[in-house]
Ligand binder design. Structure first.
Ligand code: PLP
Length: 481
């Protein structure tokens, strides 16, 4: 099995082999500038237009309503969704009439939206950040009150990147439109998976690397007639709104990833639902953060009292997952999304995010969820050895497989105390208490402490996420040896 097992699909996704293959000729051979009028240039431009069409198609598959038609707008390629969101917010804000300089968004938006809205506030715009409930969803009655006739723009995401909940974009969009405001949807995490109500949006931002496409490309879809300032001035590419030479390789890779989204939609959805149900069963003692109903199943944000998510992350190296959003954990900022749900600091710190999808196998997922990191520390504390065991494994077997000098061939019958270990205090409390027999045998062992146990009696699993044990003077535990 390939390790680390990748369970961080919201941070990014593996590149689809088909997308990589489609890109290769445009990297290796076909290097013409797609904006040049030469034959080769025109070929590259044509490939870009095919890709644009495929991305447009994926944006509206399946259609939410018969009027859910993205062909009444234009898709502009950008470097990613951060650029698309910055452009949409700043470019549309610059065109808002003087009596509509209010921007409304949600407390759980991505930093690309929240930080841009915060910047717009420094430029004289009025901003209003709507709270969400414990389920992570916006309250539509509250939204109706706060989106008023001074509101020029409403920005909300389709699927939350940290907790996976799906916002009611159709309803929110209808409220905004009724007040005459524009609607921007950050559709990054839902693109191709959760239907986007395009009819309720004026702009939508997406990103290729979240859907098995390459990094460095995304797009902004803009409804025809939406007032929007140009982002980049120069050669006049992308309708004069975003100048700069496009990369045919990136566009073609994005197009192929989008084509696969449509082609594999049903298969991907069935697979992700199955994985989600396995994960929920395996993690039954964890609490789901955010709504259980309205959510994308490939994102599970779970918490359990007593878990230190950051420690777990560094201990379980065989699995790549996240302790909140990748961006938030990178900057050391606590998760603003979990805080917006009303979770306490301790609850947020005991939360992890598991993200899986098309290329995650059931075996990988189950193995990842059962892995428990075991750390063996030598008697003098000088040597530390890391090992991993699955749910139900005996510590003695894990130790022996890792080459630790623990004896014990009793098959659990407890004929000796040679597998005595000293368990770290925080882990000791999570173990079921020792039996009388075990206590009796521990009386025979040397260097026994308050947290001493026999390794043949410790089963991995239960409350244990990680386990640290110290070896008491090697294997010479039995009195007289
Ligand atoms: N919006 C959401 C919901 C995201 O998850 C991300 C990526 O983390 C972004 C925007 C930014 O996307 P990109 O990496 O393409 O800039």
């Amino acid at each position: 099995m390939k390790t680390p097992i990748y369970l961080d699909y919201q941070a990014t996704t593996p590149l689809a082999p088909e997308a990589a293959a489609a890109m290769r000729p445009w990297i290796e051979e076909q290097f013409a500038n797609p904006h040049s009028p030469s034959r080769l240039g025109r070929e590259a431009a044509a490939a870009i237009e095919v890709a644009r069409g495929r991305v447009m198609e994926a944006l509206t598959t399946p259609k939410v309503t018969v009027t859910s038609d993205c062909h009444s707008g234009t898709l502009y390629f950008t470097s990613g969704a951060t650029e698309a969101l910055n452009w949409a917010l700043k470019g549309a804000a610059a065109r808002l009439p003087p009596n509509r300089r209010k921007i409304v968004t949600l407390a759980t938006e991505h930093a690309a939206v929240l930080d841009t809205v915060e910047w717009l506030a420094t430029q004289g715009f009025e901003t209003d950040i709507l709270p969400v409930g414990l389920d992570g969803l916006v309250d539509l009655t509250l939204a109706e009150n706060r989106i008023d006739h001074r509101t020029g723009l409403v920005a909300a995401m389709l699927v939350n990147n940290e907790i996976g909940v799906v916002q009611p974009i159709a309803e929110l969009g209808a409220l905004a439109k009724a007040k005459g405001a524009l609607v921007l949807c950050d559709a990054v995490q839902g693109f191709g998976r959760v239907p986007l109500p395009v009819h309720a949006c004026d702009m939508a931002a997406i990103s290729a690397h979240k859907v098995h496409g390459p990094k460095g490309i995304g797009a902004l879809w803009v409804r025809e007639g939406t007032p929007l300032d140009a982002l980049l001035h120069g050669g006049g590419q992308e309708g004069g709104l975003r100048s700069g030479t496009l990369s045919p390789a990136l566009c073609v890779g994005f197009g192929e990833a989008a084509r696969l989204l449509v082609e594999r939609r049903d298969a991907d959805r069935t697979h992700v639902r199955r994985l989600a149900s396995l994960a929920r069963d395996a993690m039954a003692s964890w609490t789901l953060n955010g709504s259980a109903g309205g959510r994308y199943p490939g994102n599970l944000n779970l918490r359990r009292a007593g878990v230190d998510a950051v420690r777990l992350l560094s201990e379980v190296r065989e699995v790549a997952f996240s302790a909140g959003s990748a961006c938030a954990s990178g900057s050391g900022r606590p998760s603003h999304v979990l805080a917006a749900l009303g979770l306490s600091g301790a609850e947020a710190r005991s939360s992890i995010r598991l993200g899986f999808g098309r290329y995650t196998s059931e075996e990988e997922l189950l193995r990842a969820l059962a892995l428990i990191r075991v750390r063996f520390i030598s008697d003098d504390g000088a040597r530390v050895q890391e090992a991993e065991g699955g749910d139900g494994d005996r510590l003695l077997d894990v130790a022996q497989a890792a080459g630790q000098p623990l004896e014990g061939t009793c098959e659990g019958q407890m004929a000796c105390s040679t597998c005595h270990v000293i368990v770290a205090a925080e882990d000791f409390e999570k173990l079921p208490p020792a039996s009388e027999e075990e206590e009796d045998l521990l009386d025979l062992a040397l260097h026994v402490t308050r947290t001493s146990r026999l390794a043949c009696q410790i089963m991995l699993g239960g409350q244990l996420e990680t386990l640290t044990v110290r070896m008491p003077g090697g294997a010479r535990n039995m009195q007289g040896r």
